[in-house]
Design a protein around this ligand. Structure first.
Ligand SMILES: *Cc1c(COP(=O)(O)O)cnc(C)c1O
Length: 398
């Protein structure tokens, strides 16, 4: 549990992704951090903990390696690994809020995040207002100075790929004495570093790009340096206390899978972005397609902000088809290489119909998505095969 910064922890992104928080095993020289599948640790006399390890809810060496790696990748003070993205979000919100507080929530938040605010935190006494995060005046109007403790933002958003200006939102939040929390799942720490733009806390569903292979459900939280929770102590200490008290931690094997995924994150994000750019170009030229949503397009309303705060534009695309919902549903059933399924961020390409699948729960609410929308998570297969597969599916409509 060394807190010191190694040279390898301070290098470029991939050097940190491969080495931060990880040293060859002292006893065996094992190059990769072992899966410490263990609940408890021998004490050398009462309270004589080796390396600080006592019980694996509080800390586990495999999880510690992942947590230190995340802190190094996001440039934060301290990282935390959870059993799911939502477990991490719940822990952060309970650490930052008490009944009577108010939160500003995006009008296109991830459905599970919105459910957490609406169905779990409302009965608990935390109020929220919904605002379009791309509209700074609307966010300013939604903030209740003194009562708003958190401004929550996702960028890019799911499934319409909306973009919010992290630096501007951080200023707005801080003026009102609130913290800015960024769900950085869609961009990953490789494409976007919210803490460097002024955000206070970053969350991830590591189920997506960080894990990257659709074989693990997990979450991560990174608290920025020197952040304090208004009315309380140090934010990192408070999240650490709640992580241990609530106990929704990542298990050793899950932590290990995410740690392995992070090592290739940079390579994968470059390829996801390359492939997505080619797929977007194809979609724009197809007569069955009526609109394409991708922040890399100059016509995208958030393009300028995205170009400023993201390294590239990632693998997520959504598009609308002529002919409405039935046509969109049909296209989703006609692809072979693109697998019909929920989730995103894996090496394999996925296609889905948000209105009936990932966003079915927000139908009829302010968060409803267009029924003719199709969402793509562009994988890292050969892009010719991805384009050809979409082409045959769309050509069949004619
Ligand atoms: C998937 C996802 C979550 C929730 O993460 P889980 O790992 O499923 O709990 C939160 N935010 C975004 C943007 C997501 O895509």
């Amino acid at each position: 549990m060394s807190e010191q910064q190694h040279g390898k922890d301070a290098g470029g992104f991939s050097t940190r992704a491969i080495h931060a928080g990880q040293e060859p095993d002292a006893g065996t020289g094992a190059v990769i951090t072992p899966i410490y599948q263990v609940s408890t640790y021998k004490q050398d006399g009462i309270g004589g903990f080796r390396g600080g390890y006592e019980y694996s809810r509080s800390a586990n060496p495999t999880r510690t390696a992942l947590e230190e790696c995340f802190a190094a990748l996001e440039g934060g003070e301290r990282g935390f690994a959870f059993a799911s993205g939502l477990a991490g979000q719940d822990t952060v919100l309970r650490a930052l809020l008490t009944p009577g507080d108010h939160v500003v929530v995006p009008n296109d938040a991830y459905g599970g995040t919105y459910r957490l605010f609406n169905k779990v935190l409302v009965p608990w006494g935390v109020e929220h207002s919904i605002a379009p995060m791309g509209d700074l005046d609307a966010v300013r109007a939604a903030i209740r100075p003194g009562q708003t403790k958190v401004v929550w933002v996702e960028t890019p958003t799911n499934p319409l790929l909306g973009i919010a200006d992290i630096a501007a939102l951080a200023d707005l939040a801080h003026e009102a004495g609130a913290l800015l929390v960024v769900d950085n799942t869609f961009a990953s720490p490789y494409l976007q570093q919210p803490l460097s733009l002024g955000a206070d806390i970053v969350t991830h569903s590591t189920t997506k790009y960080c894990g990257g292979h659709s074989d693990v459900v997990g979450g991560a939280v990174v608290v920025g340096r020197g952040i304090t929770v208004p009315g309380y102590e140090d934010a990192a200490e408070r999240v650490a206390f709640h992580q241990n008290s609530l106990g929704a931690v990542a298990g050793p094997f899950d932590a290990w899978l995410v740690l392995r995924g992070l090592k290739t994150l940079a390579l994968r994000m470059e390829k996801h972005s390359d492939n997505a750019e080619r797929v977007v170009e194809f979609l724009l030229g197809h007569p069955a397609v009526s609109a394409v949503h991708y922040p890399g397009l100059e016509s995208h309303p958030g393009h300028e902000v995205a170009a400023r705060q993201m390294k590239r534009f990632g693998g997520m695309i959504s598009f609308q088809v002529r002919g409405g919902e039935d046509v969109a549903v049909k296209v989703c059933g006609e692809t072979q290489v693109w697998t019909l399924g929920e989730s995103l961020g894996g090496v394999e390409s996925l296609i889905e119909h948000p209105a009936r699948m990932t966003h079915a729960s927000v139908r009829g609410t302010e968060l409803e998505v267009p029924a003719d929308l199709i969402r793509l998570s562009t994988g890292i297969e050969d892009v010719e095969d991805l384009v050809e597969d979409l082409k045959q599916a769309l050509d069949r409509l004619g």
